[in-house]
Design a protein around this ligand. Structure first.
Ligand code: HEM
Length: 576
């Protein structure tokens, strides 16, 4: 991990100023506090479709702590853990796992339903007991055959629009325990990890929990996300130098501003815009510019279209036949790579770019590691494509949410405007530089708070390469671990009044392991600083020159694949 991969709110923000009490009041008169999931009061008890049959759950998780199994890894209890070992609280937690299920309840349920409900538990847990003598598994339930708990998941994320209640319902039923639950999601037996300590451990233990990219054909076999171990570390240093280190950021900060300034003027001329669509255009134009020096025009539009197709395919099942989203995505990738390859060949023939490093492609083409080795053509091309995949939509969503929250929280906007006006000394339209951005403490807090609340990357996936025992629980080899980052960011134990947008909470660094918006460990987002400065720059030009309001302040939220108001944040915008 590089020094600059550390969230820059750590250690940068003064700890002296007290939190702004306005953001902690439940119902302040001047601020319209609307939590992300505000359409439905969060206190309403969750109705879980599986509730009625859960009491018939198989009691296979009562597997006795048998003789130690061979080949498993025992992880120590991390000292930073905020969770207690489930065995410490037999009354509250252990009871739900260790007690036999009353047979009368099971008998009430028709046999077929019982069999369906128990099928996954029997199928996945019996061999574990028989062959590996597994100790206890984390509490939970594996749901129905094939679907697992997908119906439950969709119920909370799509139907109720209360994504956090998915985990809360597990906590209510099985207790907090060590912050792990067994389940079956996205087609695989899974362990959900949702405590700062276990998440941190998983993200940092890359060998025990390697990343498993399901659609590697789409991201490219040579891309950063697809390689492991030493090749990953080597590639990461190239990519990080090219986009995430101060030298690169200084250059990029100046490069992106002309387009941001002219786009904002255009928004104001239109009067009403859908912020998500507009920030996507700005983000893609800037990516085109600093990745490959393409100016807005037909080629960039074609690239944009192909990337849209590619991104859609990444969420689809990998069925490669005509008519499927995955097939279309593969076609899009092919066309994208042709465009990039042609550009690369032109540069090689012209011999240009050597040492100039004017954009990402040049940077990757000419960078050398300590042994003087350069990247191959395929590595350059795959990584350009995968960095666009990583940075395009995520940055656009961050920008959209920043615009949304500032419209909702005028006090924050006012304070932000004050800081930004002071930096540009009232000379609107002047570009700010990297040093200016680093010095804008409040702006940086607004960026962090936006990222925390937005939960752009809600969950991420890892494979389990070896049986792992953690605080008495088995994480079985071959299963999937789902790091549930969003529950960390919305847990009041980690952030006071978590649904309130309060940049002043960043006067103090977050508690260890509670801020995972960019993941963590060796796979922490390779563009985290780049994303941050892009948000800070857009906010700078927006707040010093424009005022805006939400057209649908009570717009419904959607949470899949990313949290977003359904209207894409329509705003009425004009010059100040
Ligand atoms: C607000 C914007 C962003 C968010 C929320 C975000 C979030 C994340 C997260 C959570 C991960 C880790 C995933 C995992 O561990 O499985 C990640 C990885 C990654 N991100 Fe970002 N990201 C953002 C912007 C960017 C940008 C701007 C770029 C590059 C242009 C980028 C490139 C990458 C890459 C290449 C990886 C994989 C790193 C590796 O495997 O070593 N991201 N991102």
């Amino acid at each position: 991990m590089h020094a600059h991969d550390v969230p820059h709110s750590d250690g940068q923000v003064p700890s002296s100023s007290p939190p702004n009490p306005a953001f902690h009041q439940p119902d302040p008169p001047s601020i319209d506090i609307v939590p992300l999931n505000s359409q439905v009061p969060s206190t309403t008890p969750a109705i879980d479709p599986s509730e009625s049959i859960s009491s018939a759950s198989s009691s296979l998780d009562q597997l006795p702590p048998s003789s130690p199994s061979t080949g498993s890894i025992d992880l120590p209890a991390p000292t930073t853990s905020t969770c207690s070992n489930i065995n410490d609280h037999p009354d509250e937690l252990g009871a739900s796992i260790m007690q036999p299920i009353p047979t009368t309840r099971a008998c009430d349920i028709p046999g077929v339903v019982w069999l369906l409900w128990s099928w996954n538990e029997l199928w996945f847990l019996t061999p574990l007991k028989a062959w590996s003598g597994a100790t206890k598994l984390p509490p939970g339930h594996m749901g129905f055959p094939f679907f697992g708990e997908m119906i439950n998941f969709l119920w909370y994320f799509k139907i109720l629009g209360r994504p956090d209640d998915f985990i809360k319902s597990k906590q209510a039923r099985y207790g907090d325990g060590v912050g792990m639950y067994r389940t079956h999601l996205f087609g695989s037996p899974s362990i959900i990890a949702c405590s700062p300590a276990i998440n941190k451990l998983i993200l940092q233990s890359a060998e025990l929990f390697p990343i498993a990219w399901p659609t590697v054909e789409l991201v490219g076999h040579n891309s950063l996300v697809a390689v492991h171990g030493k090749p990953h570390a080597r590639l990461r240093s190239y990519v990080s130098n090219a986009i995430n280190q101060p030298e690169a950021l200084k250059r990029i900060a100046l490069l992106v501003q002309p387009h941001i300034v002219s786009s904002l003027q255009l928004w104001a001329e239109k009067g009403t815009v859908r912020a998500f669509d507009e920030v996507k255009k700005v983000t893609f134009a800037n990516i085109g510019k600093f990745f490959i020096s393409f100016e807005p025009g037909p080629i960039l539009d074609t690239l944009d279209q192909h990337f849209e197709g590619l991104l859609k395919g990444m969420r689809a099942q990998p069925f490669d036949f005509p008519g499927t989203a995955y097939h279309h995505a593969l076609q899009c990738r092919k066309k994208l790579m042709e465009i990039f390859r042609t550009e690369l060949e032109i540069r090689k023939q012209n011999g240009n770019g050597s040492g100039a490093r004017k954009d990402l492609m040049d940077g990757l083409m000419h960078m050398k590691d300590e042994e003087g080795k350069q990247l191959g053509d395929e590595e350059v091309l795959d990584n350009i494509a995968s960095l666009i995949i990583g940075g395009y939509k995520s940055t656009s969503l961050a920008l959209m949410w920043a615009i949304y929250y500032l419209a909702k929280f005028p006090d924050v906007l006012q304070k932000l405007r004050g800081e930004n006006m002071a930096v540009c000394k009232n000379e609107k339209g002047d570009f700010i530089n990297f040093e200016n951005i680093s010095q804008m403490k409040y702006t940086n807090k607004v960026v962090e708070e936006t990222l925390r609340m937005a939960n752009i990357a809600q969950i991420f996936f890892r494979l389990v390469s070896k049986d792992v025992d953690y605080q008495g629980y088995r994480i079985p080899k071959g299963w999937q671990v789902i790091v549930w980052a969003r529950s960390i960011h919305t847990d009041p134990k980690n952030f006071e009044d978590p649904m309130v947008f309060n940049p002043d909470r960043w006067n103090e660094p977050p508690k260890p392991g509670t801020y995972q918006v960019f993941g963590g460990g060796p796979r922490i987002c390779a563009g985290n600083m780049l994303a941050r400065i892009q948000v800070a720059i857009l906010l700078h030009h927006l707040v010093i020159g424009y005022k805006w309001e939400l057209i649908n302040p009570d717009a419904k939220m959607t949470y899949l694949p990313h949290p977003k108001p359904v209207d894409g944040v329509e705003i009425a915008i004009s010059k100040i």
